[in-house]
Design a protein around this ligand. Structure first.
Ligand SMILES: Nc1ncnc2c1ncn2[C@@H]1O[C@H](COP(=O)(O)OP(=O)(O)O)[C@@H](O)[C@H]1O
Ligand SMILES: [Mg+2]
Length: 557
């Protein structure tokens, strides 16, 4: 077959390479457009291995349409065979309908280095008959290149991987972000990459990672402070009332639950009022973070039981009392209930966790893997609330932006209404909804986006979508994605590892990125067991079994 270059005469003079014409527009509407392409032209565009030009005939690829004022750029969403004569429908394909989503427009800008200036809006829509071209390296540079200093690089733009892909820092952090994708596609590495790049540019940040698998400590050895239950200090009195209920009463559907909640409310209120020497009691609520003494609660319960007229509720009093005593004794809860935490150490807790001052460690990694599972939700809730409330109550000039990253977001911010524990979800949803006003940024990470609270996820302005195989997740992500990214999203299920589609506020246009490779010592230590290696060797020393049993019994590592 003869391959002829069909570049047309009215090609623009601002672009260095001669663009290859691949088809013409047949249908236009406000959101998308359709082009009819000659397969031979597509083959020319796709067949040149040594060309830096983009293979235009691929899902997710970018093409440009010549309009009066310059070009309209669009991404390929769908390709359908289009051969007019029926006898052709079984022969070789000659024509293809290309469904395109608008990406933005490029106006001729002779003084810009690339000759084109890119803009997300479209003022000059294509009309049927206008020609469609593949894009050049300069086009991609104009679309994705940086024109300011407020950005950082995370990888290179698909498919030639020559243009650096950059993220706009303030836009990404200011409007929250999410990293979504199936297990093993590189979400945790992407989080580590983003944070490393942010920290390289802004070494005095305040970043907190809720880390359920203890994988991030190894990624931030040089710039992170690691917390686990051995050095985390979260005084019990910082809990609000809802968290108290989850902690002390938990999930019983019994008829006495109401009674117990009421008892708890009365004794915590009394304990807070008793402890607050400098505050008027009208200003105190069960939620005020005033340090109170557990011994006060026990005394209060004893006194109340002594005065009871109706012995029916005695059992409820006894249960609350037993729970308080149990929590006080249990060593697994020492990071919250140790006697040392009865004092007012809120200042130290905040300084430590939120990194004031930063002291070259802008990242706090909080290992939740050792936190007893029945209270991990309360812990997540307390930390999120601490971050948010601190930001809310910090006045004007003193305020510092804080980033909270939540791994396994489907666990802590689930979509379903009927989850048992709601405090974590409430606290994080509040950051999602109101955080930006107070400089609290949220990063949600999940392999099951469809199970993450929609109201939280839809607040994420920038989405890093890794490969996603589950259709429900894919359609959910499409649903929460900003308009016009559908073409880019079409490639969701076919992404390689380390590849991500990035859409939203943080990028100039939806983009498919090959993420930079992280050095071994900057990667999260995801447990990827190697069966093929491990099962080759005999176990030489079996003392680890004793250690394992000990950890198991202690419920701690
Ligand atoms: N940017 C990257 N740099 C280096 N390795 C990566 C990168 N992204 C993914 N990987 C590799 O992929 C594996 C799985 O990535 P991980 O982030 O743990 O996936 P997920 O969190 O989605 O389960 C990692 O162990 C790592 O080897
Ligand atoms: Mg992970």
């Amino acid at each position: 077959m003869m391959l002829k270059n069909k570049a047309s005469d009215n090609q623009p003079d601002t672009v260095l390479e001669i663009p290859k014409e691949i088809g013409s527009i047949t249908l236009v509407n406000g959101n998308d457009t359709v082009a009819l392409c000659d397969v031979n032209n597509l083959k020319i565009a796709m067949g040149m291995d040594d060309s830096p030009l983009l293979p235009a005939g691929q899902i997710g690829a970018i093409v440009k349409i010549k309009v009066n004022k310059g070009f309209v750029y669009a991404t390929v969403r769908e390709l359908v065979r289009h051969d007019v004569r029926t006898e052709d429908s079984i022969g070789p394909v000659k024509h293809i309908m290309m469904y395109l989503d608008y990406l933005g427009q490029g106006l001729r800008a002779p003084y810009a280095p690339t000759g084109v200036s890119f803009d997300r809006g479209i003022t000059d829509f294509p009309v049927p008959g206008q020609l469609v071209y593949e894009v050049s390296y300069d086009d991609l540079e104009a679309i994705f290149g940086d024109n300011d200093t407020n950005h950082f690089h995370i990888g290179t733009v698909f498919p030639q991987h020559m243009t650096p892909a950059s993220i706009k820092t303030d836009s990404m952090l200011g409007k929250h972000f999410a990293v979504l994708g199936s297990t093993g596609t590189g979400k945790s590495c992407t989080v580590a990459l983003l944070i490393h790049r942010i920290v390289e540019r802004m070494p005095k940040g305040h970043i907190i990672i809720l880390d359920p698998h203890d994988e991030y400590a190894s990624a931030f050895k040089d710039c992170g402070k690691h917390f686990d239950i051995s050095n985390l200090r979260l005084p019990y009195w910082m809990m609000n009332f809802e968290e108290h209920v989850e902690m002390f009463i938990g999930r019983t559907d019994s008829a006495e639950r109401e009674v117990e909640v009421d008892i708890l409310r009365r004794c915590i209120y009394a304990a807070r009022v008793d402890a607050a020497t400098s505050l008027q009691s009208e200003k105190i609520t069960v939620n005020s973070p005033i340090p109170y003494k557990l011994s006060f609660i026990l005394e209060f319960l004893d006194n109340s039981m002594g005065k009871l007229d109706n012995p029916d509720s005695l059992a409820s009093f006894m249960r609350v009392k037993a729970k308080v005593e149990e929590l006080r004794r249990d060593v697994r809860f020492a990071f919250m209930f140790s006697g040392m935490l009865a004092h007012d150490n809120l200042k130290d807790v905040i300084k430590n966790l939120l990194r004031f001052p930063v002291e070259d460690k802008p990242v706090s990694t909080i290992d939740l893997s050792g936190v007893p599972s029945e209270i991990v939700n309360v812990v997540v809730s307390m930390i999120s609330r601490l971050v948010f409330d601190f930001a809310v109550w910090t006045k004007g000039d003193n305020s510092r932006p804080i980033l909270l990253v939540c791994e396994e977001a489907h666990r802590y911010v689930p979509n379903s209404e009927n989850t048992v524990f709601v405090s974590a979800r409430k606290s994080i949803e509040r950051i999602a909804k109101e955080g930006r006003k107070y400089g609290v940024s949220l990063g949600l990470v999940s392999q099951r986006p469809a199970d993450v609270s929609e109201s939280a996820l839809s607040q994420c302005g920038t989405i890093f979508a890794m490969r996603m195989n589950n259709e429900r997740d894919q359609s959910f992500v499409e649903h929460v994605m900003p308009e016009g990214s559908k073409g880019t999203l079409a490639a969701l299920s076919s992404l390689q590892n380390r590849e991500a589609l990035v859409v939203g506020e943080g990028v100039r246009a939806p983009v498919r990125v090959l993420l930079d490779k992280l050095d071994e010592n900057k990667r999260p230590s995801g447990g990827n067991p190697s069966y093929s290696e491990d099962w080759q060797k005999e176990i030489e020393d079996d003392s680890f079994i004793v250690d394992t049993i000990e950890n198991w019994r202690n419920q701690g590592r």
